[in-house]
Design a protein around this ligand. Structure first.
Ligand code: HEC
Length: 403
């Protein structure tokens, strides 16, 4: 038994498990609090300092929630803080980023046909984007722009689109999407760690000192938390997109990322309006569906010839040809015992080392290597030629027979 592979594979899975759980807890609580905040209603006779209340029923009991707009007159004895969900999401997420994308930059992050980077350069750019992206975003929020939510939203959106575009000109599609997702996630966590938490601590310190806390603290924390709310849906799309090469490896991938951010904003707008009792803007669903259809169509535009898809299939393709191509271009990684350095087990369990297995994966082969150029990874490391891609296309289109 190969202990090293055994342990590293399981450690990888364990960290991913933690990452998803922490993310679920974080997003769950943050959706919950945004909903709660928006559904608070004023009424006569609320205690002093309370801006509104909400009634909720859950798990067999009724809850009466009240929000002290600035703070209660003194610190309650027990106070629950919400931060570890966010921090653990970041810790586990950054570990995964290093584990996969930085430790195997040549496979996941770099595409030499996009930009010929060394691993060190790629990692430096990746980390630089995370740090600088946050610094610029934070600067925008603190600047005069920060006084106008809408203007800040528009500029912040344009900033993220520019980053998405830039990343796809530097990294592989897969790498660009994960870096964009990681940047948005980093901004969201940094909002918690560098803004929301410190502001809440200042409020608590003022209470302890018996002074009235400054309402501005709560206000900026609230606006950061609203940004997080609007960024949540796109970040999840980006994180799971690496299983879907049509999203990350097609020609207009940066535009796809942009539309995803629009969809995320539209859907949050619907729920936020509804929870705030400002009606149900159903048009947002129509607009979101139109954007999604746009994504589907954009992803079908081939990289080579602007949409004309692949050339007509050569007449009958023999399976022997396909097997020869797959064996020489794919099976070094996609086999029960891969021989490629740094690929200890067949990636995603995909084995392409027997005729039956190749046939079983016909559609995936088509999506990964014909409709997109996600495979072979690393900017075509095993140099699968366009001719060979056409042969694969013709075989799949012709019914993927074994003869
Ligand atoms: C250098 C190693 C390597 C080569 C060569 C390679 N792949 Fe992959 N393949 C990978 C890795 C790594 C992944 C996992 C990517 C991820 O983590 O999402 C993968 C994933 C896949 C998947 C599953 C995608 C998913 O998310 O479920 C398919 C299908 C696939 N490859 C097909 C191919 C085909 C077809 C070829 C040959 C044309 C090929 N691969 C060549 C390394 C390779």
């Amino acid at each position: 038994m190969d202990w090293q592979i055994l342990f590293t594979e399981w450690a990888d899975f364990l960290i991913r498990w933690v990452h998803v759980i922490a993310g679920v807890c974080w997003i769950g609580s943050s959706f919950y609090f945004v909903h709660l905040d928006l559904s608070l209603r004023k009424r006569e006779g609320l205690p002093e300092g309370v801006g509104g209340e909400a009634w909720q029923v859950h798990g067999g009991g009724f809850y009466n929630m009240m929000k002290y707009t600035v703070a209660p007159s003194h610190l309650p004895r027990e106070l629950t803080w919400f931060k570890w969900e966010a921090y653990w999401t970041f810790i586990s997420g950054f570990t995964l980023l290093c584990w996969h994308y930085y430790a195997h930059a040549e496979l996941y992050l770099i595409d030499k046909t996009v930009m010929d980077l060394t691993s060190t350069q790629a990692i430096a750019i990746g980390i630089g984007v995370l740090v600088l992206g946050w610094v610029i975003y934070d600067f925008l929020c603190r600047s005069k722009l920060g006084d106008n939510d809408l203007a800040l939203g528009v500029v912040g959106f344009a900033f993220l689109v520019a980053i998405a575009f830039g990343l796809t000109k530097v990294f592989s599609g897969r790498g660009a999407f994960i870096q964009l997702g990681a940047l948005i996630g980093t901004i969201m966590v940094a909002n918690v760690a560098m803004n929301i938490m410190p502001n809440q601590k200042k409020t608590v310190a003022a209470l302890i000192a018996g002074q009235p806390p400054n309402p501005a603290y709560g206000k900026t924390a609230k606006s950061r938390s609203l940004h997080n709310n609007y960024l949540t849906l796109p970040v999840i799309f980006l994180m799971v997109s690496n299983h879907y090469p049509l999203a990350f490896a097609s020609k207009w991938n940066w535009l796809i990322a942009t539309l995803v951010m629009v969809i995320g904003g539209l859907i949050r707008h619907f729920f936020n309006s509804e929870h705030a009792g400002k009606g149900s803007p159903w048009w947002t669903w129509v607009a979101a569906a139109a954007c999604f259809l746009g994504i589907v169509l954009l992803s079908g535009v081939s990289r080579e010839n602007g949409g004309a898809s692949l050339a007509p299939a050569p007449a009958a393709v023999k399976f022997a040809q396909v097997e020869e191509i797959v064996t020489s271009r794919c099976s070094m990684c996609h086999a029960a015992e891969p021989v490629w350095d740094g690929v200890p087990v067949p990636p995603k369990g995909v084995m392409l080392d027997t005729p039956q297995r190749i046939r079983l994966h016909a559609q995936q082969i088509y999506v990964q290597s014909v409709m997109t150029r996600a495979m072979p990874p690393g900017g075509n490391v095993t140099e699968l030629s366009d001719e060979d891609r056409k042969v694969l296309a013709a075989w799949v289109q012709g019914g993927a027979a074994l003869q």
